[in-house]
Design a binder for this molecule. Structure first.
Ligand code: SF4
Length: 472
C-alpha cells in the first residue's frame, strides 16, 4: 500500500552534459540517443550542431531531448560530425538564446561550440571585450571562448590552446569546424569527459553511460589540461597547461552521474555503495530497516544495510510519470513548480525505526518533507544518514548552489538540522571517509577530488564578485 505522497523538489542541478561524434553517417541520430542518456545532467534545453564536411547546421530548443527533436529535425541536420549538449543553466540565465551548442559564423569560418562546467573569471574578460567593441550574442559564459579565439593567431589548435590559458574554472569544451573537432578539459579536471570508439568513428561524452547506450567502446578519459584535435588522421593529443593536481568534482560520484557510468575507472554505483558502508561504520544506529531516497540514495542505502546487517527495504517509491518540470530553473520557480513525487510505502515503514539514507543535504527543505512523509506513514523513528559531507560552501563550477545562505549546513550543525527537519538524528559521512570510500587517490589532501563545497578550499582563482557570496 502506498501512502503519504509528497512533492519533493530537485535538490541541485548540474549545469550540462556534452557529446560529440566524429565521422559517422548517422552522427546526428547517434547524438540524439546519447543526449537522451545524458538527460539527467540538464533538462532545460538541448541542441545539436552537425557538419557534412562543408557546412554546419544547428537544431536546438528548450525542454527535453525527446521533445526538442523530431525525426524530421534529425534528418535536416544529418551530417558526418556532430556536437550535442543538454543544459541546465547556472550561468547566464535560461532562454533559447543560451541553449547550446552555439553556432558562430566569422571570416575564419563556422564554429560550433558547447561547454559543460562554469567559468569563474568571465566578468573581467567580458568587460574588457565589450570595452574594446565586441558584441556578445548570448549571456552565457561559454561564448567568451569564441571571442578569445578570434583574437589569437596561428592554427586553430594554437589559437585554442592560447585562448584556454585565459580561462579559469571548470570546463569540458567541444568545438566543431567543417572537418575537425576539438575537445578540451580544464587543467583541474573538474568535470568528467571520456573518449570512445564506435566502429571507425570517435565519440566524446561527459559520461560513459552514453557509450553503452550507443554501443561504443570506451577508449580513455580526457586528462586535465588536455586538448584533442580529431580529424581524418585520427586523434592528436597535446596540453594547454599541465598540472599534477587533479580535482574531479566529488558530487559527480555522490549525486550527478548515472550509477552505470564509470568516472575515471570507478563505477558510480559501486562508489556510492562503498560510501554507504563507510557511513554505517562511522555513524551506526540501532534500527529495524534501512531505506534509501530514490534514486541517488539507493546505492548508499544498500551499502549501509550490508555493512550494518540491518535489512534493506523499499520504503519510498518515486513516480516516474509524475512529469518533469525541470524547465524552470530559478529558485523561485523551483519552489513553485519543480517537484518530484515520492510516496512512502506505509505497510513497510509503519511502526518501524528507520535509517533513511540520502545522498546529500543542500537546502534541507527536501529532507524535512521526507521525514514528515515517513512520520505521516507511521514511522516510529527516523535516523537520517547522509552519504556526502556537510555542504557548507557554494559551488562556482557549474552546480546551482552558488550562495552560502541557501545551504543548511552553513547555518546549522547536524544536531540542529535534526531538530529543524524533525528527524531523531542526522549524521554525515566525513570527508576522509568519502575520499577513501570513493577510492580515487590515497594522497589526499593532494586529493584527486574537488571537495571545495565541504571545505571552502577552492582549487581555482575565483572572481571577487562571485566570492562575495561566501559567508566566511
Ligand atoms: S565545489 Fe562541490 S559541487 Fe562544485 S565542483 Fe567542487 S565538489 Fe563539485
Amino acid at each position: 500500500m502506498l501512502e503519504a505522497t509528497v512533492f519533493y523538489e530537485n535538490k541541485m542541478n548540474e549545469e550540462c552534459g556534452v557529446f560529440g561524434v566524429f565521422y559517422n553517417d548517422n552522427a546526428s541520430e547517434i547524438t540524439y540517443y546519447a543526449l537522451n542518456a545524458l538527460q539527467h545532467r540538464g533538462q532545460e534545453g538541448c541542441g545539436i550542431v552537425s557538419s557534412n564536411g562543408n557546412t554546419l547546421k544547428q537544431h536546438k530548443g528548450e525542454g527535453l531531448v525527446r521533445d526538442v527533436f523530431s525525426k524530421t529535425d534529425i534528418s535536416r541536420i544529418e551530417g558526418k560530425h556532430t556536437i550535442g549538449h543538454v543544459r541546465y543553466s547556472t550561468s547566464g540565465g535560461s532562454g533559447i538564446l543560451n541553449v547550446q551548442p552555439f553556432l558562430f559564423h566569422s571570416q575564419q569560418g563556422q564554429l560550433g561550440l558547447c561547454h559543460n562546467g562554469n567559468l569563474v573569471n568571465t566578468t573581467t574578460l567580458r568587460n574588457s571585450f565589450e570595452q574594446s567593441g565586441s558584441i556578445f550574442q548570448t549571456t552565457s559564459d561559454t561564448e567568451i571562448l569564441a571571442h578569445l579565439l578570434k583574437k589569437q593567431k596561428g592554427t586553430m589548435l594554437e589559437r585554442l590552446k592560447e585562448s584556454l590559458l585565459y580561462l579559469e574554472g571548470a570546463f569540458a569544451f567541444l568545438l566543431l569546424l567543417e572537418d575537425e573537432m576539438y575537445v578540451a578539459l580544464d587543467k583541474y579536471g573538474l568535470r568528467p569527459l571520456s573518449i570512445g570508439k564506435l566502429n571507425n568513428s570517435f565519440v566524446v561524452s561527459s559520461e560513459t553511460c552514453a557509450f553503452d547506450v550507443i554501443g561504443a567502446e570506451f577508449l580513455r578519459d580526457v586528462l586535465p589540461g588536455e586538448v584533442l584535435k580529431i580529424d581524418k588522421n585520427g586523434i592528436e593529443s597535446s596540453f594547454y597547461a599541465k598540472t599534477d593536481l587533479h580535482h574531479m568534482c566529488s558530487m559527480e560520484y555522490i549525486y550527478f552521474a548515472r550509477p552505470d557510468s564509470d568516472i575515471e575507472g570507478i563505477n558510480v554505483h559501486a562508489a556510492r555503495k562503498r560510501c554507504g558502508k563507510q557511513l554505517a561504520l562511522e555513524s551506526p544506529v540501532d534500527a529495524d530497516i534501512v531505506i534509501g531516497v530514490p534514486d541517488s540514495g539507493m546505492s548508499a542505502a544498500i551499502g549501509y544495510a550490508e555493512e550494518s546487517g540491518i535489512p534493506f527495504e523499499i520504503g519510498m517509491i518515486k513516480n516516474k510519470y509524475s512529469g518533469r518540470t525541470f524547465i524552470q530553473p530559478s529558485q523561485d520557480l523551483r519552489e513553485q513548480g519543480v517537484k518530484m513525487k515520492l510516496s512512502a510505502v506505509r505497510s513497510i515503514v509503519k511502526d518501524k525505526r528507520i535509517i533513511l539514507i540520502d545522498d546529500s543535504i543542500v537546502r534541507g527543505t527536501t529532507s524535512k518533507k521526507l521525514v514528515q512523509m515517513l512520520k505521516n506513514a507511521g514511522a516510529k523513528k527516523i535516523h537520517l544518514r547522509i552519504a556526502a559531507p556537510e555542504i557548507k560552501y557554494p559551488c562556482f563550477y557549474g552546480v546551482d548552489f552558488s550562495t552560502s545562505n541557501e545551504l543548511v549546513s552553513a547555518r546549522l550543525n547536524p544536531h540542529q538540522i535534526a531538530k529543524e527537519i524533525g528527524a531523531d538524528s542526522v549524521a554525515f559521512i566525513t570527508i576522509d571517509g568519502l575520499m577513501s570510500a570513493i577510492g580515487r587517490d590515497k594522497s589526499y589532501p593532494k586529493c584527486g577530488q574537488c571537495v571545495a563545497c565541504f571545505t571552502g578550499d577552492y582549487p581555482t582563482y575565483i572572481d571577487k564578485n562571485l566570492k562575495g557570496d561566501i559567508n566566511e
